[in-house]
Write a protein that binds this ligand. Structure first.
Ligand code: SAM
Length: 290
């Protein structure tokens, strides 16, 4: 655990928040909190702090053409002790109801008891997938929908880019018998391992650093919350890993790129079952023909 942390806060227009939050997560922030028009991000203090500050300023300058309201002079950096970081950070997380059947909760809180909802406990830490991002939320809703549509069948699933493991855990909790969860980031795999154990689904979920090329079997459900570009790159592999009548959930697609992504799957072996648009993101639920 780092000894001290930095908190960055600044104002930004609402449509820019997702883009900014993705950049800050990629640049190593284990936690980004978005509140109305304010971004708050936490970074471990290290010798690379000046490079980090420079990169963030450069990034914000780069998007100022689209969002002229962003002022890089208004960036506020505050040093926090570990204890303060924990308090500042934790206060933003509370149990969330997602879809009809899930409650996603941080480990230090109990969600309100519910007979219907399945609790997924996720430490909001170093990996993407705390349930706060619209792409994760839409994927969880489509996981519910696909498992309901396959009602009664034995279901196996592949989670490509598992991050915190949230979707793999959700699939296991919806009764999927085997889930293979892959990620090319070793830190995410470590975080996912902790979350899989914490949710007691270790017998169902297998975590691996396999690339798609090494996954050979077909699965009834394949979920991939990546980016439009990565989905297009992996399109052939993804198509081949869904069994006939199975479902493919793809997300992380910025709305203007949705049609281009869709062209790689439909018409063809897939038909579109549903499309969800939340903020600037599109998520697709595709069904493979027999
Ligand atoms: C947007 S996060 C999704 C996390 C989680 N599945 C969710 O829905 O919240 C994408 C994850 O995919 C991983 N990733 C990106 N490209 C990948 C690839 N080609 N193969 C495997 N994992 C990849 C990243 O490391 C990251 O953990």
């Amino acid at each position: 655990m780092p000894k001290s942390w930095l908190q960055l806060s600044f104002k930004a227009p609402a449509p820019a928040l997702d883009t900014i939050s993705n950049f800050l997560i990629e640049r190593g922030s284990p936690g980004v909190v978005l509140e109305r028009n304010e971004v708050r991000a936490f970074f471990a203090r290290s010798t690379k702090t000046s490079a980090l500050k420079r990169d963030i300023r450069r990034f914000l300058r780069g998007i100022r053409g689209i969002y002229p309201e962003i002022r890089e002079q208004a960036l506020r950096w505050t040093a926090l002790k570990n204890k303060d970081w924990n308090n500042s950070w934790r206060r933003f997380f509370s149990p969330q109801k997602i879809g009809r059947y899930f409650s996603v909760t941080p480990p230090w809180m109990d969600p309100p008891p519910s007979r219907r909802r399945k609790v997924i406990t996720i430490e909001p830490g170093m990996a993407f997938g705390t349930g706060t991002h619209p792409t994760t939320r839409c994927c969880l809703e489509f996981v519910e929908e696909a498992t309901a549509l396959l009602n009664g069948e034995e279901i196996t699933a592949l989670d490509v880019g598992t991050g915190s493991g949230i979707l793999a855990i959700a699939l296991a909790k919806m009764g999927v018998s085997k889930v293979l969860a892959i990620d090319n980031d070793p830190i995410s795999l470590k975080v996912a391992q902790v979350n899989v154990q914490r949710n007691r689904v270790g017998k169902i979920v297998t975590l691996s650093n396999f690339g798609m090329g090494r996954v050979k079997k077909p699965f009834t459900i394949v979920v991939a919350n990546l980016t439009a570009e990565t989905i297009v790159d992996l399109a052939d592999a993804l198509k081949g890993r869904v069994s006939p009548h199975g479902y493919l959930i793809v997300s992380g697609i910025l709305k203007p790129k949705a049609e281009e992504v869709l062209r790689h799957f439909c018409p063809g072996p897939f038909t579109m079952a549903r499309q969800a648009n939340q903020r600037e993101w599109t998520t697709l639920l595709l069904r493979k023909m027999g």
